[in-house]
Structures are given as C-alpha cells and as structure tokens.
Design a protein. Sequence first.
Length: 302
Amino acid sequence: MDPMAPTSTPHTPFGRVLTAMVSPFTADGALDLDGAQRLAVHLVDAGNDGLIVNGTTGESPTTSDVEKAQLVRAVVEAVGDRAHVVAGAGTNDTAHSLELARDAAKAGAHGLLAVTPYYSKPPQEGLFRHFTAIADATDLPVMLYDIPGRSGVPINTETIVRLAEHPRIVANKDAKGDLGRASWAIATSGLAWYSGDDMLNLPLLSVGAVGYVSVVGHLVTPELRSMLEAHLSGDVTKATEIHQKLLPVFTGMFRTQGVITTKAALALRGLPAGPLRMPLVELSPEETQQLRHDLAHGGVEI
C-alpha cells in the first residue's frame, strides 16, 4: 500500500464516513476527470474519510476499464493522503474482477470494493472462491459488498465468517437490509461493518457498524458525521434527531435509481455531475421538482 495512504485502525480500515462517488461526465458523455477531482476535493472538505470510486453510483457498468483506472488515478491525485480511495473492482466475471483489482492497485487505490457477482447467482462456495481470488490478486485491503437486491444472492453469514479469515478481507458494506443477520455477522466475523443503505445508517451503527458508505453523503456529509459522533458519544437522542431530520433526504434520493437523483441534485447545486449513460435517464421536470421538495424538507438547500 502507498505509504502516504491515510491512516486507519483495524476497527475502521477505511475511516468512518465514505461517499460512493458519482463519475462526472462532460456534456458529450466523456469522463470528466477535472470534474471528478473537484468533486472529490469537495466531498473530502465536507468531512468524508473516504471515497468509493467505480462503484454502482459511479456508473461502473457503463465505464470502460481504461476509464476506471483513469478515475482512480485522478481522485488519488486530488485528495492525496486526506482520504481513503477505495476502488470498485467486482464484476460477475472473476477473471475480469482480478484485472480491475490489479489496475486499481497500479493506479494508486488504497483499497478495493468487491460486490457479489450479479446475474449468474453462484452458490456460496462460488462466492467464497470469487472473493478470495480478488483478495489474493493484490496487497490491498478488501471491502466486501453484500447487496442481494442487485446481485440476486446474499453472502451468507457463514461465508462472511470464512472470508474474514483472509488477512486482506477486512470489511463489509452491508446493503442486505436485515439487521438480524447483520448483528450475527458483526458479532462472529470481526469485520469492520459499513452501512450500505442510508435509511439504515443509524440502526446499523446500533448493532455494531463502524460507519457508512453513503450516497446521500454527496449532500449531507456534515450531518452524517454529526450523527455518527453523537452515536459514538452515547447521545442517542441527538443521533435519533439527526436521523429523523434526514428521512426526507433518504426517501427523496431513492425514489428512483440513486445515480439519477444524485447527479440531478449535484447539478442543482452547481457541482460536477454531467449526464448519465444509458440505460440510465435524467429525471423528468416533475421528478426534479419532487426531489427539490424532498431535499428542502430535509434541510438541504438547493
């Protein structure tokens, strides 16, 4: 790992507050590396410990391998040692995932995000071998990404515990939406647990998560950090108040696909975003007005 990478602890290997960053594009649909750097700096200035690049919110299904490496390199250059830059490297093809992992390492990433292979619905042994191969491909620490709503299959608790024995598999991004399973997996695996579902950020903290990988962090990182700090200090009332204040934001940002609303919100704020790549499409005027209403109701000025 880069000796200048941001510091971490075994309990918070990627920090506590991370935003899954969009990939800004120019008006003609090309990757906007200057915009990506400006957005990355803005997000770190707002209080993010880390940034996920080339994840779902970064439109990874429609960016090329070359673009993915360029984006990692640009964001690392922009934020330096101020934040953990974690690169999405997971696909439904293990061999391709290994290539992306190695490319990310060469580009200077501080860690890897590996999503459950989607569409092919492998058995648990297939998941175990897939994630192990990614962890063996580089020297970077790995965050698993468990999101059965997109991938079609969950990572079972027993598989998570097996994977946690690998020295480079150190964390899990939980978008399973099951607090019971999360409780058991946190207790038995020892992995650093990150909420991958903004609506469940506070509930997951309450059962042992160390932080979150957020989409709404594009807009409300200071509030997310305040909620985390209140929770850590034992001020349950304050943490709950912040959570409840943000409910309209959580709801509004996921009325449709999160990349679509995030890019729309960033554009409304004059921040780098740009168009979407098909099959994603822009919000309608009516949807944009609803987003404005939701964000305003949650205290976000547009």
